[in-house]
Design a binder for this molecule. Structure first.
Ligand code: BMA
Length: 362
C-alpha cells in the first residue's frame, strides 16, 4: 500500500534519496508506486511466471544449491530479463519444501532477492490447498471452504497457521542491505470464475470480502510485513463481468486491479475480450484510484510468429496498463509455455514488441 499524506512526504522524500544513494541497482519505490509510474509513462513492465526457476527444457530446481539464477528463457530469446517476476506460493501453507509446480522455496527466495537486486518487481500468487477438503486449489467440491476459514469457522485456526507460514517466507525476503524486499501479493485471483475454492459460486460476496480483509490484516497488521502491495485480478467473463465488483474488499485493501484473460486461436475474440475487460477495469481503476494491469495472459505454445506485435500489442493499445504477465514455461511439458525461448517461433517478434511498445525489461 502506498499512502502519500502531506505530512509524510518530506520523510518519504528523504528516505528515497538515502535509499537510492545506497542501492544504485534498484529503486526505492515500492511495487505500487513503481507500477503507477509505469502506467502513467506508458511503459508497462513485462512479467513472466517462474522466469528464473525453469524454462523450456531446463530446470534450476534440479541443482538448486549450484544454480546462480542467471538463466531465463526470455533473456535467452531477447537478451533481457522480464522486469516483473511472478512466483506462486502454493504449498507453503502446508510447510512443504517445494511449491505445487516443483519449485524449491529456498531457491524461490534466492530468485526473488536476485530479481529485486537487478531492479525488478516480484509478484506472488497463491494456488493454495483447500483447507476444508484437503484437496487442491481447484477442488470446488464444497461451497463451505471460505466460510470455514473465517472467524468462528472450523478451519479458522488452521488457516491462521497457513497465513503465518506464508508470512514467514515473505518476511525472509531480505535485500543485500538487510532491508525487507517489498512485493506485490495477488491472492484469491480469478474470483469471477468458479474453478477455485474461493470462486463466485463457492462463497458469498460478504465471505469473499471477509477472506481478503482477514488475509490483509494478518499479513500487514499482525505480522507487520512492510511494503506489501495488493493486486486483485478477476478473470474476464463474457456475461456480467462487472459482477466481480461486489467481490472487492475496499479501496484500503487493494493497490492494483488486473485482468486475467488468455488468448486462443481466435485472435479477434481475444482482442475483443481484452478490450472489453480492460475498458471495464480502467473505469473501475479511475473511480477508485487504482493501478491497472494485465495480471495473467498469453497464448499457449505461441504458434503465431507475430503474436506479440500482431495481437497482444493491439489488445492492450490505449490502456494505461502497468504490467503484462504471461504464464509459465513448464520444463516438463513441451507444449505448456507462454513466453519465447531461444529459437522459438515468436522470439524475434517478442524483441520487436519490446521496442515498439516501450515495454520495460531489465
Ligand atoms: C496453471 C498451470 C498448472 C499450474 C498452475 C499454477 O495454469 O500452469 O500447471 O500448476 O497454473 O502455477
Amino acid at each position: 500500500m502506498i499512502e502519500l499524506k502531506p505530512k509524510s512526504l518530506l520523510a518519504a522524500t528523504c528516505a528515497f534519496f538515502i535509499i537510492a544513494a545506497c542501492s544504485p541497482g534498484r529503486t526505492a519505490a515500492g511495487p505500487a508506486q513503481r507500477l503507477a509510474e509505469a502506467a502513467a509513462a506508458g511503459t508497462p513492465l513485462y512479467g513472466h511466471q517462474d522466469d528464473l526457476m525453469y524454462g523450456h527444457g531446463w530446470n534450476a530446481n534440479l541443482d538448486p544449491a549450484g544454480d546462480d539464477l542467471t538463466r531465463s528463457d526470455v533473456k535467452d530469446a531477447c537478451g533481457r530479463y522480464p522486469a516483473l517476476l511472478g512466483l506462486d506460493m502454493g504449498g507453503i501453507e502446508l510447510g512443504e519444501s517445494h511449491n505445487l509446480d516443483g519449485n524449491d522455496f529456498s531457491l524461490m527466495r534466492r530468485a526473488a532477492v536476485a530479481h529485486f537486486e537487478r531492479g525488478g518487481v516480484v509478484s506472488l500468487s497463491w494456488h493454495l490447498r483447500n483447507p476444508l477438503t484437503g484437496g487442491d486449489a481447484w477442488d470446488v467440491s464444497s461451497d463451505k471452504a471460505v466460510a470455514s476459514v473465517l472467524p468462528g469457522g472450523e478451519k479458522h485456526e488452521l488457516f491462521g497457521q497457513w497465513l503465518d507460514r506464508l508470512a514467514d517466507w515473505i518476511l525472509s525476503l531480505k535485500a543485500a542491505d538487510g532491508s525487507q524486499i517489498p512485493v506485490l501479493f495477488r491472492p484469491w485471483h480469478e474470483h469471477s470464475g468458479s474453478w477455485f475454492w474461493w470462486g463466485r459460486n463457492l462463497c458469498s460476496d460478504e465471505e469473499y470480502n471477509a477472506l481478503w480483509r482477514m488475509t490483509w490484516e494478518h499479513l500487514t497488521v499482525k505480522r507487520g510485513i512492510e511494503g506489501l502491495a495488493w493486486a486483485i485480478s478477476p478473470n474476464y467473463m463474457e456475461r456480467n463481468f462487472e459482477q466481480w465488483e461486489t467481490r472487492y474488499p475496499g479501496d484500503a485493501y487493494v493497490d492494483v486491479v488486473g485482468l486475467d484473460c488468455y488468448a486462443s486461436a481466435d485472435r479477434d475474440g481475444y482482442i475483443r475480450q481484452m478490450h472489453a475487460g480492460l475498458a471495464s477495469l480502467q473505469r473501475f481503476c479511475e473511480a477508485h484510484g487504482k493501478v491497472l494491469a494485465v495480471t495473467e495472459t498469453g497464448l499457449e505454445t505461441l504458434p503465431d510468429p507475430v503474436w506479440w506485435t500482431g495481437t497482444l500489442s493491439e489488445a492492450i493499445a490505449g490502456f494505461p496498463v502497468s504490467y503484462v504477465l504471461t504464464w509459465r514455461n513448464a520444463s516438463d511439458r513441451p507444449t505448456h509455455f507462454y513466453a519465447p525461448f531461444a529459437g522459438q517461433a515468436s522470439a524475434e517478434d517478442f524483441a520487436a514488441w519490446i521496442r515498439q511498445d516501450k515495454i520495460t525489461m531489465l
